[in-house]
Design a protein around this ligand. Structure first.
Ligand SMILES: *Cc1c(COP(=O)(O)O)cnc(C)c1O
Length: 384
């Protein structure tokens, strides 16, 4: 280990959770193995019922990934070639990719620098006769400003599909995100707030027709096997993943609460560290990420220095979607998204992060930001 930092705090550590749930996970996995039913079936149906009840929504449809939930959601809402969908440029690529995959065109609207979410004041100007939908993202687990978005959608006859991939369990004015618009798309990618141990996703809606179409589309466009009515997808949730999610679902509120506590504590500890902008612990925010801004064009340097002392951080996202090669030709100029992509830095956050780990992260960040010539406090953190 000569010359390397042994002590590491990863940005995300899923192992404490697996240890905590081990017996329940083994029982769930064994039950599925013994059942001999591995795709859809009673385990997935049970999860769909439980998650629908948790979210307070009529229909929940298990699919293969969050990306598929977006694609199937858009198609079930009737979005297709020739349509424009208004969305945020400050998200994971899949948000815009789903719009392109159904043959529609993403129209990017800049973000509110305080929330990192779609700025509702800028949406009206982007609406054209071809606009069919708005696709807000609840980035980092912070609910987007839904009231003005829903008002605009209502006034212009637009559909609203919520990208809830980072915001399972988040609430907006007391309602779970995903249930505010016409449909909501969730991801169960392992790192998400409710994560499977493989790929998985969920489409939710209160609309019976959207639900019927969604269920058809996930199974090759058929209601009845071998009676395909439209061209769909092979996008079904696995029984093993559903069984694992059923173990985790009853714990998700506790974990989200723990994430909010971690964020509050980081905010206290970092309050007097210069050159940072800290996230607001706003109502309903479930802190999928704890993301600060590093001012003064120092983000990359700070990230590198934290890496040198064994602290894992991530930049979500270094290139805003409208600047990626796929969309760069569209010529959008969105200064807030571009500035955010230069300044954001996500620090380690997970429910089981310890006080000692947080103090180490904060101590190192303070040292780097103070421009202190003291040696890095290598070895202070003696955890795993
Ligand atoms: C993770 C994520 C997705 C895609 O989910 P997958 O399950 O990985 O397909 C979509 N949108 C956002 C904002 C995400 O964070």
């Amino acid at each position: 280990m000569e010359g390397r930092v042994r002590e590491r705090i990863p940005i995300l550590d899923l192992t404490p959770e697996v240890e905590e749930l081990w017996d329940d996970l083994m029982a769930a996995i064994t039950r599925v193995l013994r059942s001999g039913q591995f795709i859809l079936g009673p385990e997935v149906e049970a999860f769909e019922r439980e998650v629908a009840e948790y979210l307070g929504v009529k229909h929940a449809i298990g699919v293969n990934s969050g990306t598929d939930a977006l694609v199937i959601g858009l198609r079930a809402l009737g979005i297709g070639p020739g349509d424009e969908v208004i969305t945020t440029p400050f998200s994971f690529f899949a948000t815009a990719e789903a719009i392109s995959l159904v043959g529609a065109t993403p129209v990017f609207v800049d973000i509110d620098p305080k929330t990192f979410n779609l700025n509702p004041d800028l949406i009206a100007a982007a609406i054209t006769p071809r606009t069919k939908a708005i696709l807000p993202v609840h980035l980092y687990g912070r609910p987007a400003e839904m009231d003005p978005i829903l008002d605009l959608a209502e006034a212009h006859g637009l559909k609203v599909l919520e990208d809830c991939a980072q915001a399972f369990g988040a609430t907006y004015r007391g309602k779970k995100v995903g249930t505010l618009g016409h449909a909501g798309a969730f991801s169960f990618f392992p790192s998400k707030n409710l994560g499977a141990y493989g790929d998985g996703g969920l489409l939710v809606t209160n609309d019976d027709e959207v639900a019927t179409l969604g269920r058809m589309l996930r199974a090759h466009g058929s209601k009845r096997k071998y009676h395909n009515e439209t061209v769909g997808y092979n996008s079904r949730l696995d029984a093993l993943q559903a069984a694992i999610l059923r173990v985790k679902l009853p714990r998700v509120d506790t974990w989200n609460q723990a994430r909010r506590q971690v964020a509050l504590h980081y905010n206290e500890l970092l309050a007097d560290v210069p050159g940072l902008v800290l996230p607001e612990v706003s109502e309903g925010h479930v802190f999928h990420q704890y993301t600060v801004r590093v001012l003064g064009k120092r983000r990359d340097e700070v990230q590198k220095k934290l890496g040198e002392v064994g602290i894992g951080t991530m930049v979500y996202y270094p290139v805003p979607v409208h600047k990626l090669p796929v969309y760069a030709h569209s010529g959008f100029f969105l200064p807030e998204a571009e500035r955010a992509s230069q300044e954001v830095l996500s620090l380690p956050i997970y429910p089981a992060i310890t006080e000692e780990q947080m103090l180490y992260v904060v101590g190192e960040l303070r040292r780097i930001q103070d421009g202190d010539s003291r040696q890095p406090s290598r070895g202070v953190w003696r955890g795993t």
